[in-house]
Design a protein around this ligand. Structure first.
Ligand code: ATP
Length: 228
């Protein structure tokens, strides 16, 4: 479960996120939807502990900064960061060691296979395309077997096969009771998977819909906000 209360993030004088609050139950896929600059990435990065902010973020009831919360949490950034001199497989092993994970080599093989990285496993970080880096980043996050996972614009830059596989993965996470938060401006990519949508504009959530609420509404009506 993920709970966000009174989240405020300022960059100097710019208030990027203005008193945002929401919660997501276990096994729920939440979407942060909104135009460029609405504050989606800032919320995701704040929850992930990459930004200083005011407010309260809880993961499975624990403060997000708590080491035990970090153990059950994973984050897939919009722009993946990799170690230039580690291979794809070494990245997986790095995560395994850093989190002291009980993961077999076969499980690593299976994840690499799923994202068509098996034949790239010996490539160095600085030899990978952005899409490949994204796939490695997704594999590393899944290795943790998180209870809460955040994806920042996960579909951008992925090839169709990887998008299909990622959708399958999100469906599986959901049925395993994992809480998933996705920031996107491509609602059509996650349409069949989401449960709750938070429509954002200028740093605030201006609308919260369940899938039932959104039935019959055009995507652009949700995307551009609520009028009247
Ligand atoms: P996009 O879809 O373009 O990534 P977003 O909804 O994720 O947009 P954010 O990246 O969270 O939006 O940006 C929210 C606001 O904060 C914008 O006005 C942006 O210009 C500003 N902002 C983001 N990062 C910084 C920063 N490092 N310094 C100053 N302002 C920033």
């Amino acid at each position: 479960m993920l709970e966000v209360r009174n989240l405020v993030k300022k960059y100097g004088k710019i208030v990027a996120v203005k008193d945002v609050g929401f919660s997501l139950e276990n096994g729920t896929v939440g979407i942060l939807l909104g135009p460029n600059g609405a504050g989606k990435s800032t919320i995701i990065k704040s929850i992930a502990g990459l930004l200083r902010f005011t407010g309260d973020v809880r993961i499975e009831g624990m403060p997000a900064r708590d080491v035990n919360a970090k153990r059950v949490f994973a984050y897939v950034p919009e722009i993946p960061a990799m170690f230039e001199m580690l291979t794809v497989r070494e990245h997986m092993n790095y995560v395994k060691q850093a989190y002291a994970l009980d993961v077999t080599e076969e499980e690593i093989d299976a994840l690499l296979e799923r994202f068509e990285l098996r034949d790239k496993q010996d490539k160095l970080g600085n030899e990978l395309s952005k899409g490949m880096m994204q796939k490695v980043s997704i594999c590393c996050a899944l290795l943790i077997k998180p209870r809460v996972i955040l994806f920042d614009e996960p579909m951008v830059g992925l090839d169709p096969m990887a998008i299909k596989e990622l959708k399958n993965v999100i469906g599986e996470l959901k049925s395993d009771g994992v809480t998933v938060l996705i920031s996107t401006h491509m609602l059509e990519m996650v349409e069949e998977l989401w449960d709750v949508m938070f429509v954002m504009e200028e740093g605030t959530i201006i609308g919260e819909y369940t899938k039932e609420d959104a039935k019959g509404k055009a995507l652009d009506e949700l995307f551009f906000g609520i009028t009247g």
